[in-house]
Design a protein around this ligand. Structure first.
Ligand SMILES: [Zn+2]
Ligand SMILES: [Zn+2]
Length: 641
């Protein structure tokens, strides 16, 4: 008897055995229709065998459908199931995507030209290093901002295409790095498929079908593009590899970098990780590290200044922008140069308090301060609630409420007052909630803007040559986040935002406002001293046993009733204690943000080794469930707050 293991696309999507009718020509990976309960549902043939060991009569497969799932995609589905505690059907949806495939139509050829300037010796060396790399290895390209990493990627893509192989290039967010896809399209034409969130389902299905049919040989896209079923894949590139958006923050919580590493290994192809600010994990785990320590065309690195916010000469009368930064911006605007100011908080002021009793107006959903916005609304960005500002203090009914602290709208208002002739643009989630709005603001800034004020969105890889002055407001908030990666993130933010300055003919100036000008992390960041920071950070992580010295699993439980949450987590904790292996298991504690939308949040942190992780994942599959407590298991979490 011939039978097939079919992943059923319904419910959790377990694999079940079905009988293969004698007349049916079936192959692994075929999409089929099978009887399931009282229905017929779609399924994927994950395996076939001829063993006659079924304890009950099997139902036969009904029909074979078109567009089979390739060997590599089935491998990826299995990988997702084994690494991320996800159900087979969810793994299938993540890898394949939910759009229906169609026969692809080729695109008309585009006019292309190679306009890339000659390569520097560092760029040439980096290309040689990747070409010499053994299959399955990862190479970290550590190039300072403006050192020409894109030109290295393009040269390697050209090499790979000449060999007849395909390339996947991952980028953090297409809307924020439009120039990369434009450059690739300009040089390689219609063989480039750009997958981004602005595509309609139909456009997306067409692009995926073209990739699978081998009509598009280069894919550029965000984390989900790592699953692209590119035939003859020869190179994987992850640009801005430090970016936390490569980790999906919804189920299944996969890390596109780990998936890329897995693909590179099984295919025996190189994986190139590029960044000016790699993470500690990437710094130490890459098989090879290649440095590009200088900007192209001998352009200098920007000069970096720390502005001490406790100095009242620089910050008179509660000014939110320090005098040296303001002066530099005025000069830049008068010379038709552009400025960028990063403020990593939305709204006008991070808190509102009473003028009499001094109590802060907190969100009822999380107990933390509400943010004041210029539309006179109080908002909580964690609980996603909004309410009009009440004329009275909720504690003592006093009529005078005061805002405190600085957020992006306040900075925008102050700058408009101090440099009235400047054309100001603001980019945050309140001005740009869609891909299209974001692109319009960035284009407007490129064409006619003087000053762009934005949240973290503007720290990413923008290349706008006319930007000469960059300001960073609110780095102290980033340093103060209760997460073991806070220092690393702050360090990266300073270097990334400074990388936007002086990319053209003129040198750049960067001003970082802080109340902690003697902080070592900031000092190393302004000195661009990555090795010193990495050494210090590694020592700190080793002492406290954090990645890269261990693997982390964060189990987060939440629910309306705190005692149910705690009890359920206790039960899980007891199960975890029974799992053999060298694990450090912490008792259940409230999470640093212990409530969101009135749901209490408790967590258990597990530190383990690479091999211990597999045992843990297996053990967690049998974890008890409770219908009033939501449990999230995050493997290699990006945040434990
Ligand atoms: Zn009051
Ligand atoms: Zn809240």
């Amino acid at each position: 008897m011939n039978k097939a293991q079919v992943l059923v696309c319904r419910g959790v999507g377990e694999c079940f055995d079905y009988l293969i009718p004698d007349t049916m020509a079936l192959q692994e990976g075929d999409r089929v229709r099978v009887p399931f309960g009282t229905h017929t549902v779609e399924g994927i043939v994950m395996g076939m065998s001829s063993e006659d060991d079924a304890p009950y009569p099997l139902k036969p497969i009904e029909t074979v459908l078109s567009f089979p799932v390739s060997f590599h995609q089935r491998q990826l589905i299995r990988y997702m199931i084994s690494q991320y505690l996800t159900t087979p059907y969810k793994a299938y949806q993540t890898v394949i995507g939910s759009v229906k495939r169609r026969p692809p139509s080729p695109l008309p050829p585009m006019e292309t030209q190679d306009t890339s300037p000659p390569l520097s010796e560092y760029q040439t060396a980096a290309i040689a290093a990747v070409l010499a790399c053994k299959g399955g290895e990862s190479v970290l390209l550590h190039g300072v901002t403006g050192s020409g990493k894109t030109a290295v990627y393009m040269a390697l893509v050209a090499h790979t295409l000449e060999r007849g192989e395909g390339v996947i290039v991952l980028v953090p967010e297409i809307a924020l790095t439009p120039q990369l896809s434009r450059l690739f399209m300009g040089r390689f034409g219609s063989t480039v498929a750009v997958l981004h969130s602005g595509l309609t389902p139909k456009q997306r299905a067409e692009a995926l079908s073209r990739i699978e049919a081998g009509l598009c040989r280069v894919v550029i896209g965000p984390r989900s593009a790592v699953f692209s079923d590119m035939p003859g894949l020869g190179l994987l590139v992850v640009d801005e590899c430090h970016d936390s958006s490569y980790k999906q923050e919804a189920h299944p919580r996969y890390d596109a970098l780990s998936v890329a590493q897995f693909r590179a290994k099984v295919l025996g192809i190189p994986l190139l990780l590029g960044s000016a600010t790699p993470t500690l994990e990437q710094w130490y785990s890459a098989a090879k590290r290649v440095s590009m320590p200088f900007r192209v065309a001998n352009r200098p690195m920007p000069s970096m200044h720390l502005l001490d916010m406790t100095d009242s000469d620089m910050f008179p009368d509660h000014h939110v922008i320090g005098k040296p930064l303001l002066d530099a911006m005025k000069v830049a605007c008068s010379r038709e140069e552009k400025c960028m100011v990063l403020v990593n908080r939305r709204g006008y002021a991070p808190s509102v308090s009473c003028g009499r009793c001094k109590k802060v107006v907190n969100c009822e959903g999380c107990g933390l301060p509400l943010t004041y916005h210029v539309d006179r609304q109080l908002r909580c960005h964690r609980c996603m609630v909004s309410m009009p500002l009440s004329p009275h203090c909720p504690h003592c009914r006093h009529v005078r409420l005061e805002t405190s602290g600085t957020a992006i709208q306040k900075v925008a208002i102050e700058l408009a007052k101090r440099i009235p002739t400047a054309r100001l643009l603001r980019l945050d989630r309140d001005t740009a909630s869609t891909h299209g709005q974001m692109m319009r603001i960035l284009d407007a800034f490129r064409q006619e803007g003087d000053i762009l004020i934005g949240t973290q969105m503007i720290a990413k890889g923008h290349d706008i040559p006319a930007v000469t002055v960059v300001g960073l407001v609110g780095i102290d908030t980033a340093l103060g986040i209760p997460d073991f990666r806070a220092r690393e993130r702050a360090f990266q933010l300073v270097l990334q935002v400074s990388g936007r300055a002086g990319r053209g003919e003129k040198a750049g100036e960067v001003y970082i406002q802080t109340t902690r000008p003697n902080d070592e992390t900031l000092q190393w960041a302004v000195a661009h001293d990555i090795p010193r920071f990495m050494d210090s950070e590694s020592g700190f992580r080793q002492a406290l046993y954090y990645p890269p010295h261990c693997r982390l699993i964060n189990i987060m439980a939440s629910g309306l009733d705190v005692s149910l949450v705690r009890d359920h987590l206790d039960t899980i904790h007891t199960v975890l204690r029974g799992i053999p292996g060298d694990h450090q298991l912490y008792p259940p504690t409230p999470s640093p943000v212990d409530m969101i939308k009135r749901h209490h949040r408790w967590h258990v942190l597990i530190k383990t080794t690479d091999s211990g992780l597999a045992d843990m994942i297996e053990g967690l599959r049998g974890m008890p469930v409770h219908k009033k407590v939501r449990v999230i298991v995050d493997i290699d979490p990006q945040s434990i707050v």
